[in-house]
Each structure stands twice: as structure tokens, then as C-alpha cells.
Ligand binder design. Structure first.
Ligand SMILES: Cc1ncc(COP(=O)(O)O)c(C=O)c1O
Length: 494
């Protein structure tokens, strides 16, 4: 039975007409979907405090107009053909946002539904009644404790519940951290916090105050880097300076030359190139931060998925006063959960927490308890162990199939994560290759849009959702498509 939100102005008169119009609007807007059952007239009349005759007449009008159908014994329903009004046509030339699978999306079919359900049930059964109130905007204590212990154990982080802030993923965490850095620069961090700075922060972190052109927090970002992060960083108030990445990760000499005092990087598994920040560069980076008072934003997006050996500890554990670690469950579990964390120096953690308290009142609570339970019971670790084994098989199979069938393509990067970085021969076309990969059922993304300075053709190819036994077939399809479309020298492979 549809639950309706109908507002009537009893002083205005014409109550039947008002009710009919409210129902029409609800159907047009899709709030009442085709075939939805309406409440019996007696019930709705009681809910609305009107006479039953008013509801009966309004229903009859809409039946006559074709919005509703009424059958004896079957009640009154929305007519199947009563569809919502079509939305405005897309603006010509404006690309439609695409929210579907990405090359780096995990295998969603492997989401541990039973375990998550058990964790949700446990949360709902054991959460104290008060926990359903607005929670600590920095995240519920139980999850911050579990995460702090987990990140100390798995990432060698220097985490305690006080410097962990729960956010809606790495993207959200970065959107909050950039304005927090600006507040810090302006001298208005949590302790003696300047009221106007926090107000500005709240507006900025909600995208209400775009930075004036040419201003903003200077932030060094890897080149290449995730194409999706660039607009969000700018919207959060960063002025980006790009720093090249080579086989050892970010070029710290080039970083120092930019003069920026904050840098965002992916040290555990550079996105997209797949290299790991070398020990020498880690030391240089930490020395840079100590020398300049610089801040390192460590995007730890897929660090737990290292297949060849144990992941190197995070940078945050080396210099907790200078590094903000950002992580999430997006790769280990699923991006749709929108659950992540920041481990930050106390003043930044506190600024973010205060701002969330003023801006959006924090993240959903039940899921936070559920994640805490999943980690506490070891189910999170078990899932990760299983997925690591499976992803390793899938990666190995795809790499082997590429070597067999498309030997011109070079696979770069360590055995980790959910994607391969492929270097193409210089005369191959990235976009054509991506289109052929997609036609063969593989998830791929071109690297050119991720670069600030042009580089050799390359792409990111996902393996998370490709079962190992299918890799040879899919890569053969890819090779055949490339040859058919004349995109490669097919004969060179024979
Ligand atoms: C480089 C990089 N950082 C972070 C993320 C994860 O973002 P989130 O935790 O907001 O889902 C991704 C996801 O694709 C990514 O590619």
C-alpha cells in the first residue's frame, strides 16, 4: 500500500480539487509508480481528516482522467500507463555522467552479503537506543577504535581513535581535507579556532564557495593521476600543480621545485601506473615534508590488495604529524557502501570533525557499527584474504593471456590492486584500444586524460571481474577486434 505525502490547505476551500491535484502530481513525478495501490478511501479520509466522500470523489475524477484504475475487490491503483513526465532533454554537447563499472571497481558479485547482513543484524540488535541519535560527526567510537587497531596492524599506521575520522570514502575525505588545510594555513585550526574560518570551511566542503580564479591551496598532484580526482580537488579549493611520476613513483626533486606545501599521492600503488614509491623516494619525501613543514595526503585506495608480498607500511606511520592517510572499503568491499576514513594530525582531524558537525552531521551510523563488527570478528580480514587469492589468479591469467596473444603490449606495475597499466606501441591509438577492449567485455580507461603532459599511449585495464578461465578467450576477442578494425598490425602477432 502506498504511503502518501499529500498536503492540503483546509482553509483554502476546494478540498476535493486539491486532493486530486496532489495525487496527479505524485503520479506525474513518479512518487506514485504505475500499479501502486492507493489506500482505501476510508483510511485515507481518516489520515487526512476529511470526509470519505472527498476521497471517493477525488479518486473518481482521476479514474475518469485515466490516472487511476479501480476494480471491485482489487482496490484503486495507479494506471499502468500513467508514467512520470519525461525529464528535460540532455543539453547538446554536455557529456552524460557515467556511474557504471569502472576499470578499478572490485568484483561486486563477491560482496560478502551474508557477512554484511549478519553484521547489520548484530548492529541493530546490540546498538544502544541512544546510538540512533546524531552521532559524533567524526564517526562512532566503536568503528574508530576498530579501524585504528586495524590500520596499525595492517598498514603500520600511527592511528588512535582520536585521530581517525570516518568519512564517505577517499573522495569525500579529500574534499574535506583540502579546506581543512586552508583553515590551518589561515591560522584557524580547531584549538583557537576562528569562527569565520569554520563557516567558510563548511561552505567550501559543501561546494558552496568556489575558490576565486587563480587562488586556493597549492596542491601538488601526481602526473598522471586519477582523472576523477582533479575536479573534486579543484572544487574543494585546491590549485593543482602537477609533478611527474617515473618508475620509482613521484619525482620528489620536481615536487620541491613547485614550492607547494601539500602533495597528494598514491604511494602504495601509484594510480594509474602501478609503481610503488621506492624506499629512496619515501625517504626523500619525508625529508621534504620535514624541511618545508609540508603535508602529505596519502591516498591508500587499494593498499591491502598486494599479491606478491606484504604491502609496505603507509607513510603516515613514519610521520603522523605530517601525513593524512585516506582509505576506504571501496576496493576491499564495495564502493557503494561509501565508507572510508582519514587518519590525520590532531588539529586537522578536529577541524574536519567540527566541520562535519556543522555541515552534514556525520555519516550513517548503522553501517559504521556493522563495519566495526565485521572488522572485530575477523570477517573483514577473511574476506580480504579470499579476494587477494582470487584477484591474484585473475591478474596472473590476464597477464599471461596478454603475453600470449598481444605481446606488443607491455604490462607495467607491481602485482597488486584491481587494474593493469598497459603501455601500447607508440603508433597505437589509446581510445580505439579502449573501445575494442570494451567490445570484448573488458573494462578499460585511456590514460591520456589522466596526464597533464602528453606521454606514450597507455591504458588501465581492470581484471577484478574477469574470471581467470575466461581471460584467454576475452583477450583473443580483443585481439580479433583490434585486427578487424585495422588498429594494430595483426600479422605481427602470428
Ligand atoms: C586513485 C583512487 N583513489 C581513491 C579511490 C577510491 O575512492 P573512494 O574511496 O571515494 O571510493 C579510487 C577509486 O577508484 C581511485 O582510483
Amino acid at each position: 500500500m502506498a504511503d502518501l505525502h499529500l498536503s492540503l490547505d483546509r482553509d483554502a476551500g476546494g478540498i476535493t480539487g486539491q486532493l486530486a491535484e496532489e495525487l496527479r502530481t505524485a503520479i506525474r513525478e513518479g512518487r506514485l509508480s504505475p500499479a501502486a495501490r492507493l489506500p482505501p478511501s476510508r483510511e485515507l479520509a481518516r489520515d487526512l481528516g476529511v470526509s470519505r466522500g472527498v476521497v471517493v470523489e477525488a479518486y473518481e475524477r482521476l479514474v475518469a482522467e485515466g490516472f487511476l484504475i479501480s476494480r471491485v475487490g482489487a482496490g484503486t491503483r495507479v494506471a499502468p500507463a500513467a508514467a512520470r513526465e519525461p525529464g528535460p532533454p540532455p543539453e547538446p554537447g554536455r557529456p552524460r555522467p557515467y556511474y557504471g563499472f569502472r576499470a578499478t571497481t572490485p568484483d561486486l558479485a563477491a560482496f560478502p552479503r551474508e557477512r554484511w547482513l549478519a553484521a547489520l543484524k548484530h548492529a541493530l540488535a546490540t546498538m544502544p537506543g541512544d546510538a540512533f541519535d546524531y552521532a559524533d560527526p567524526g564517526g562512532v567510537r566503536e568503528l574508530r577504535e576498530e579501524l585504528a587497531a586495524y590500520l596499525r596492524r595492517v598498514r603500520a599506521a600511527d592511528a588512535d581513535p582520536e585521530n581517525v575520522v570516518i568519512v564517505g570514502g577517499v573522495a569525500h575525505g579529500l574534499s574535506l581535507t583540502i579546506p581543512a588545510l586552508a583553515v590551518r594555513e589561515a591560522g584557524g585550526a580547531a584549538g583557537g579556532r576562528a569562527r569565520h574560518d569554520l563557516d567558510w570551511f563548511v561552505r567550501r566542503s559543501r561546494g558552496l564557495d568556489p575558490p576565486p580564479a587563480g587562488r586556493g591551496v597549492p596542491l601538488a598532484v601526481e602526473d598522471p593521476a586519477s582523472v576523477r580526482q582533479v575536479p573534486l580537488l579543484r572544487a574543494a579549493g585546491a590549485r593543482l600543480v602537477r609533478v611527474p611520476v617515473d618508475g620509482e613513483g613521484i619525482d620528489v626533486g620536481a615536487l620541491a621545485a613547485t614550492g607547494a606545501r601539500a602533495v597528494l599521492l598514491t604511494p602504495a600503488h601509484q594510480y594509474p601506473t602501478g609503481v610503488v614509491l621506492s624506499p629512496g623516494r619515501r625517504a626523500e619525501l619525508m625529508a621534504w615534508a620535514a624541511r618545508t613543514g609540508g603535508v602529505v595526503l596519502e591516498d591508500d585506495y587499494d593498499a591491502e590488495l598486494r599479491f606478491d608480498r606484504d604491502p609496505v607500511g603507509c607513510l603516515q606511520g613514519l610521520a603522523p604529524g605530517r601525513v593524512v592517510l585516506a582509505g576506504s572499503v571501496s576496493k576491499p568491499l564495495a564502493p557503494g557502501l561509501r565508507l572510508g576514513w582519514l587518519v590525520a594530525p590532531p588539529d586537522l582531524a578536529e577541524t574536519v570533525r567540527l566541520a562535519r558537525g556543522e555541515g552534514d552531521l556525520g555519516s550513517p551510523v548503522v553501517e559504521q557499527y556493522a563495519l566495526a563488527h565485521l572488522i572485530r570478528t575477523g570477517a573483514y580480514d577473511r574476506h580480504l584474504r579470499r579476494m587477494r587469492r582470487e584477484y591474484r589468479r585473475r591478474r596472473d591469467a590476464l597477464v599471461a593471456a596478454l603475453a600470449d596473444t598481444l605481446p606488443e603490449v607491455e604490462v607495467h606495475g607491481v602485482s597488486a590492486g584491481l587494474h593493469l597499466y598497459l603501455r601500447l606501441p607508440g603508433d597505437w591509438d589509446e581510445r580505439a584500444f579502449v573501445a575494442a577492449a570494451e567490445a570484448a567485455g573488458l573494462a578499460a580507461e585511456p590514460v591520456a586524460p589522466m596526464r597533464a603532459t602528453p606521454g606514450p599511449p597507455a591504458l588501465v585495464l581492470g581484471f577484478a571481474r574477469l574470471p581467470a578461465h575466461q581471460a584467454p578467450t576475452q583477450v583473443s576477442h580483443l585481439a580479433a577486434t583490434l585486427t578487424r578494425r585495422g588498429l594494430t598490425r595483426g600479422e605481427s602477432r602470428s
